[in-house]
Ligand binder design. Structure first.
Ligand code: SF4
Ligand code: SF4
Length: 363
């Protein structure tokens, strides 16, 4: 008989409260099942701010067999780590002490021994929201349900899976253990996506292990340089070396998952990431430092609004003249594009539109 049992409702992704939603759908059956378990003490750990859970608890009232433990978070990766959740019932902060999948800590789906996995799909999916798939599935089966807004490029399986999947892995079977999947299409840049994901990991890292905390910090610095057009060719190899070590040496699965995300991104999207360094090109024209802004002669009415918006005096022109952006002065802030009501200003990646070299009369 186990000394304790923890039913863990705290989401790892605030945007994907899968266990909470499943619990609230059939709370009374779950409570009955929990009560009949043989553990000496039973706990339900849940996020304090969750409105529906609070309403449920107000209606259901106290339950002497179960201890309800609210925690001050809407969601955090540490609550996917069982050693961290155990510390909560000991009255301590949820800091991971390792990886222990054998502890009696259960998500709603683990408790129900479900052979399906519910996930929230976001990003550039045509159909976003909550989906349920077989626990062992393929990226293609997922994509068939949600599809992508524009041409599909890849998908990110969030913590604890930490996988960036591309076209080459569409039919590879994988075990779904994450609550969140992000779809990206041709309008997304993989490097930009990776940088955003790494940023999130840096906020989730608890700082207790060198490979988890320092490793994630280093990943962030290298990716930041690449995104800011300060990257060097050797940065890619550096990332690889760092993540290979991190994946096995990080104390808990947060550092390992961060490393795995970078490794799979480099395995499956290396060409697109390397282009930023080798060709100074962001093929999706997303990374601000790699795009250029241009004024289309046939749409510009010479209103001068963009000149007023540009704080760097990078736009040449006068009333009723087609305006021209001086690429040497432009800092790619995008303010002119927002200011132009004619839609005459476009941003470009490797392929640039033809524009006049100096202002010419409109029409
Ligand atoms: S680019 Fe747009 S905002 Fe600038 S002068 Fe032409 S029409 Fe006006
Ligand atoms: S992108 Fe910014 S700096 Fe460049 S021309 Fe437009 S407003 Fe000026």
């Amino acid at each position: 008989m186990s000394e304790y049992m923890i039913y863990n409702l705290v989401p790892t992704f605030s945007e994907a409260p899968v266990s909470l939603d499943l619990f609230l759908k059939e709370a009374s059956q779950v409570i009955d099942a929990l009560k009949s378990s043989k553990a000496d003490k039973k706990y339900i750990v849940y996020p304090k701010q969750h409105k529906e859970m609070t309403q449920y608890l107000q209606q259901a009232g106290e339950n002497e067999d179960i201890v309800y433990l609210p925690v001050e978070t809407g969601g955090a990766f540490v609550f996917g780590n069982k050693t961290a959740v155990v510390r909560v019932i000991q009255g301590e902060k949820p800091l991971p002490t390792g990886v222990d999948h054998g502890l009696p800590v259960f998500s709603a789906e683990e408790f129900a021994a479900a052979d399906t996995k519910t996930v929230v799909i976001g990003g550039n999916a045509k159909k976003k929201g909550t989906f349920t798939f077989a626990k062992t599935t393929t990226p293609r089966a997922i994509l068939e349900q949600c599809s992508s807004v524009k041409e599909w490029k890849g998908m990110y399986f969030g913590y604890p899976m930490g996988r960036m999947v591309g076209a080459g892995q569409l039919d590879e079977e994988l075990e779904l253990t994450t609550d969140y999947i992000h779809i990206f299409d041709e309008t997304d840049c993989v490097l930009d996506q990776l940088f955003k994901i790494a940023n999130r990991y840096s906020k989730e890292s608890c700082g207790r292990c060198v490979y988890g905390f320092e490793g994630v910090t280093q990943i962030n610095m290298i990716l930041s340089d690449l995104v800011q057009k300060k990257g060097k060719t050797e940065d890619i190899e550096l990332l690889l070396d760092l993540c290979i070590v991190m994946e096995t040496q990080a104390l808990c699965d947060i550092g390992a998952s961060a490393a795995r995300t970078v490794l799979t991104a480099l395995q499956n999207f290396r060409e697109e990431i390397e282009e930023h360094v080798a060709k100074k090109n962001c093929r999706a024209a997303v990374c601000a430092r790699y795009v250029t802004y241009h004024i289309l002669a046939d749409l510009c009415t010479g209103c001068t609004d963009c000149v007023d918006a540009c704080e760097d005096d990078a736009i040449l022109g006068k009333k009723k003249f087609v305006h021209v952006i001086d690429q040497d002065e432009c800092v790619q802030c995008g303010a002119c594009m927002e200011a132009c009501e004619e839609g005459a200003i476009v941003k470009a990646g490797a392929v640039k539109p033809k524009t006049p070299k100096k202002p010419v009369p409109c029409g």
